[in-house]
Design a binder for this molecule. Structure first.
Ligand code: BTN
Length: 271
């Protein structure tokens, strides 16, 4: 159950609404000061039969969700957390998170790259030059029939690098990055103004044309290509990332040959 509290900060909701109408007519824009999870709120509405298109922003999420059942922890003001829910029926879903990642990266800065399959990283800023995580994408769906299916695309982006709370980061080398390192002075509202129209446009484009429309753009932002990676796919425990195939699956050159990874986690081996 979502409990809405009035937002504490001004958000450019009217301007955003105007911009989004061009991309997805009828979409609504909502900003909440605090709720459990923007993804969960829109999924709950979809399960109750609401198939409208909505952009929902939360200044603070009490129970933010990450991939693989993890939590997504973010501090109000220091991050942007939002979800876009749309009735959605692409011919195929594979590659959608990469397409959304491309839209987010292109809307922000040349240094923003995509770490397959759902992460946004800030290139070259890690201890071994491998980059640091800036944000992530969590795509969830409700329904199975194309006529009733709803996609919820959740995006969390660090505006400031999270300090890890009173205990700090157990290993400071793993501290995530913040967008203000790339775009000094930027705030969450400005990040939203740049990113939300691009994401909604990408959802339309992907529904029409699939991953093919994004493949070359992804390649220009592929953090893993040419790097030695470890994956959770037993067939490809370690190898060199070769990019992605037509469906957005990761290709890894292992000792046993080229393997395709479609699910799971990938870590970059320090150089
Ligand atoms: C990940 O990297 O694990 C994905 C994180 C996705 C977090 C966003 S924040 C907005 C939306 N609501 C959620 O509860 N999660 C997503």
């Amino acid at each position: 159950m979502a409990t809405f509290v009035r937002p504490a900060h001004p958000w450019p909701t009217e301007a955003l609404w105007q911009a989004l109408q061009a991309e997805w007519p009828g979409i609504t824009v909502e900003v909440a000061a605090e709720l459990d999870s923007t993804n969960e709120t829109l999924l709950t509405r979809a399960r109750a039969g609401d198939r409208s298109a909505c952009l929902l922003v939360a200044e603070h999420q009490r129970q933010g969700r990450g991939r693989q059942g993890r939590r997504w922890i973010s501090a109000p003001g220091d991050s942007l957390t939002f979800s876009v829910g749309v009735p959605y029926a692409p011919r195929q879903w594979a590659g959608l998170s990469l397409a959304v990642g491309v839209a987010v990266a292109e809307a922000l800065a040349p240094e923003v790259q995509i770490k397959w399959p759902n992460d946004l990283w800030c290139a070259g800023r890690g201890p071994a030059g491998e980059g640091r995580k800036l944000g992530g994408i969590l795509i969830e769906t409700v329904g199975t029939a194309p006529s009733t299916r709803q996609a919820v695309v959740g995006i969390g982006l660090n505006v400031r690098s999270p300090d890890g709370g009173p205990a700090g980061w157990p290993d400071p080398r793993n501290r995530p990055a913040g967008l203000e390192e790339l775009l000094p002075g930027i705030d969450a509202a400005e990040v939203l103004r740049r990113v939300a129209p691009a994401v909604v446009r990408a959802l339309h484009e992907f529904e029409r044309e699939g991953f093919a429309a994004f493949r070359a753009r992804f390649e220009a932002r592929d953090l893993l290509r040419g790097r030695t990676v470890r994956t959770t796919e037993p067939e490809a425990p370690e190898g060199v990332a070769l990019g992605v195939d037509d469906e957005g699956a990761l290709l890894v050159h292992t000792a046993a040959g080229v393997r395709t990874v479609t699910v799971g986690e990938v870590s970059v081996r320090p150089c």
